[in-house]
Design a protein around this ligand. Structure first.
Ligand SMILES: CC(=O)N[C@H]1[C@@H](OP(=O)(O)OP(=O)(O)OC[C@H]2O[C@@H](n3ccc(=O)[nH]c3=O)[C@H](O)[C@@H]2O)O[C@H](CO)[C@@H](O)[C@@H]1O
Ligand SMILES: C=C(OP(=O)(O)O)C(=O)O
Length: 439
């Protein structure tokens, strides 16, 4: 038995689910916000932190760097980065921990801002194609940092003795890259104008938090930010938004399993195009105050474009549709009535999980690494349970949704991929009536 066999989900499919589910705090926001605690020596209290693998690893990394951490509630922590042990960056332990998740890359900006030096191994995260980091380092260089990549030891090392605000046109609106440059710029001398910035709700939340710490940022929510450097930042209290990717996943789950589900406290105002895209797949939903009610639906029919042509669902930087939900859209389409073209523009290896769906009986043509054509089965034939391995976090949840709708038993190996981003997923879905166990 290998390691991945030891963390598997066994799913008995075909049950209709029913009930209420509350989304966890947003994983990708948490990774930014946690890194921002390094920017001040004062206390920062954070609420709604999801209890998931990536986030817990980042918290542990902060602790190793010398941040004082107190758990003050189920999902609340107090952090105080009075003194940071910069020598820890030279240790093998740091290398192992920092390279195990993507979010660790965002310690760079705060470390540069406060300690003028940072070092990081190639970060981890999903293997979903090339994940370049140029935007981060080009941005730091524009602010005056000297960057060196040690290809023997696979380390990025940066010196930033004199960070100065300037005009930066990012080469692409990278989410973590934008967060890094913002965090380096808030304590730099002078004003930084950041154009082609990412503006996902994660970034907007980071800007809100930094502003409440005393940073001077305008333009949050747009792709043009102005950051006037300040001498120092103070402590604050911040609450994470609900995870929009979990919310989209639960909408997809309800449709696929023909279930009536209410997603509680969804912060609908922050979901951008997400509800609209699921509505175009034919999924009905009602907004009840801040809850999303998804009724049991026997059939759902994929819309066409106004000119009658086949619908395409594609990803893009915010406010376009997030790439992290395309796998879910794809799986939901397998049981819809109609056809859709899924176009994953950003990542070249994120659609490769469709072979598992095809094994389960789904009708999908993988046109190339970026595009898949899904011909919905309209529940005429259920998917069949199979044994499979989860290649990445969102494919993992898409396969879980497929398994919950399928006839028979499925086993999903490598379930830690799912645990990286979904809090107690088996227990929370069991509470809705799902038949899931962990082996
Ligand atoms: C920890 C974290 O927050 N991870 C998220 C973050 O990763 P991350 O910040 O690593 O992703 P980036 O925004 O840097 O870009 C992701 C990929 O898309 C490509 N790209 C990006 C922008 C663009 O306009 N065109 C383009 O092709 C990049 O070259 C890169 O290969 O943002 C991704 C894109 O939303 C999400 O999938 C990840 O879940
Ligand atoms: C790709 C993702 O995460 P990461 O960037 O941490 O790999 C994701 O959250 O979908």
């Amino acid at each position: 038995m290998n390691a991945s066999d030891q963390n598997a989900l066994v799913i008995e499919g075909g049950n209709q689910l029913k009930g209420e589910i509350t989304p966890q705090g947003a994983k990708n926001e948490a990774l930014q916000i946690l890194c921002a605690v390094l920017l001040t020596e004062e206390k920062v209290t954070i609420h709604n932190i999801p209890d998931i693998r990536d986030v817990n690893q980042l918290i542990s990394l902060l602790e190793d760097l010398g941040v004082e951490i107190h758990k003050i509630g189920d999902n609340s922590y107090a952090f105080q980065a009075k003194e940071i042990d910069i020598t820890y960056l030279q240790s093998e332990e740091y290398k192992a921990k920092a390279s195990s998740l993507r979010g660790s890359i965002m310690t760079l900006g705060p470390l540069l801002a406060r300690y003028k030096y940072a070092k990081i191994p190639k970060p981890g995260g999903d293997k979903i194609g090339r994940r370049r980091l140029d935007t981060h380092f080009l941005g730091f260089e524009k602010l005056g940092a000297k960057f060196n990549y040690n290809s023997d030891h696979k380390y990025f090392e940066i010196d930033a003795h004199d960070l100065r605000g300037t005009y930066i046109l990012l080469d692409e609106p990278s989410v973590t890259g934008t967060a890094n440059v913002i965090m380096a710029a808030v304590l730099a001398k002078g004003t930084t104008t950041l154009y082609n910035a990412a503006c996902e709700p994660y970034i907007q939340q980071l800007c809100r938090m930094l502003t409440s710490m005393g940073a001077k940022i305008t333009g949050a929510g747009s792709n043009l930010l102005k950051i006037e450097g300040v001498e120092q930042l103070s402590g604050t209290t911040h609450t994470m938004l609900p995870d929009m990717i979990e919310i989209g996943s639960f909408i997809g789950l309800a449709a696929m399993t023909q279930s009536e589900i209410t997603i509680k406290n969804a912060r609908i105002d922050e979901l951008g195009l997400i509800p609209d895209i699921f509505k175009r797949l034919g999924i009905q939903m009602e907004f009840r105050n801040d809850d999303i009610f998804i009724p049991e639906q026997e059939h759902y029919e994929i819309d066409r474009f106004i000119d009658g042509s086949i619908l395409t669902v594609a990803d893009g930087p915010w406010p376009l549709f997030t790439p992290d939900l395309l796998s879910i859209v794809l799986v939901v389409a397998t049981q819809a009535r109609g056809t859709v073209l899924i176009h994953q523009k950003m990542f070249e290896s994120r659609l490769f999980f469709v072979d598992k769906l095809i094994d389960m009986g789904a009708q999908i043509i993988l046109c190339d690494p970026h595009r898949a054509n899904v011909i919905g089965l309209d529940r005429q034939i259920p998917l069949r349970g199979i044994k499979m391995t989860s290649p990445d976090i969102r494919a993992g949840v898409a396969l879980l949704i497929a398994a919950l709708s399928a006839k028979g038993t499925s086993t999903i190996y490598n379930a830690e991929q799912i645990d990286r981003g979904y809090q107690y997923i088996d227990k929370r879905l069991q509470a809705l009536g799902a038949n899931i166990s962990r082996i």
